[in-house]
Ligand binder design. Structure first.
Ligand code: G3P
Length: 230
């Protein structure tokens, strides 16, 4: 499963990119507004930090302007994935851009029917928003399961299921169980995936017992300062 980070905060992207676990980045107009930065500038910086796909969303709603915006965004860097909404004009733009070899991420997907249309339009990624469905008492992960099952029936569908609007680690785990290709998640969810109290407790016990041996793997002159785990 690919891990994308869902933010336009370049400090967070740099920090998590350093783990070597990041495969891409997704942004949207709300995340860019939250960053308080110039859109083109922040997208270009993100594309320099992460070599994987970086989703940058058009702001227009009509095909002609979406296409022009999409071409401008695609020209910013080779790893740009142009994000378009799942509307008739958005899919028309998806078809045109993907036909020119541009990666397209079709976003704001909330039904299996919409996901079929995205695949037919040649989308590189489709972004079903699981958290927003959960927010209205509709099982978001059931949509992911449905889309994965439908896509598996058609080998010529090349669209990757990019699970979005993730709220917690179990969305990621369940998406992986279903075979979704990508999870895009806020920085805190990635960090939550690492965390387990028994890991911390076990490591503290190992370090305490190692300390008692008085030994050093690197040799006494290069002894690494023992890390105390509270
Ligand atoms: O990539 C889409 C994601 O940013 C939407 O998340 O939390 O606004 O539903 P959320």
């Amino acid at each position: 499963m690919k891990f994308f980070i869902d933010t336009a905060d370049t400090a967070e992207i740099r920090d998590l990119a350093a783990t070597g676990l990041l495969d891409g980045v997704t942004t949207n107009p709300s995340l860019v507004a939250k960053s308080g930065r110039d859109f083109i500038e922040v997208v270009q910086e993100i594309c320099e930090i992460v070599s994987g796909p970086v989703s940058a969303e058009v702001a227009a709603t009509d095909h002609e302007t979406m296409l022009a915006e999409g071409k401008r965004l695609a020209g910013l860097a080779p790893n740009i994935a142009v994000k378009v909404p799942l509307t008739p004009d958005g899919l028309k733009t998806c078809k045109a851009l993907s036909g020119e070899g541009t990666m397209v991420n079709v976003t704001l997907c909330f039904s299996p029917g919409q996901a079929i249309l995205a695949a037919k339009a040649g989308a590189t990624f489709v972004s079903p928003f699981v958290g927003r469905l959960d927010d209205i008492s509709t099982p978001g992960m059931a949509l992911i399961e449905d889309i994965c099952r439908i896509y598996a029936q058609y080998p010529d569908f090349k669209t990757q299921v990019l699970v979005a609007s993730i709220r917690h680690p179990m969305h990621v785990v369940e998406a992986a169980r279903m075979g979704a290709h990508v999870s895009t998640m806020p920085p805190n969810v990635i960090r939550q995936l690492f965390a387990h109290p028994l890991t911390d407790k076990g490591l503290a016990a190992f370090l305490a017992d190692w300390e008692k041996t008085g030994q050093s793997i690197l040799g006494d002159d290069k002894k690494v300062r023992s890390v105390s785990h509270g």
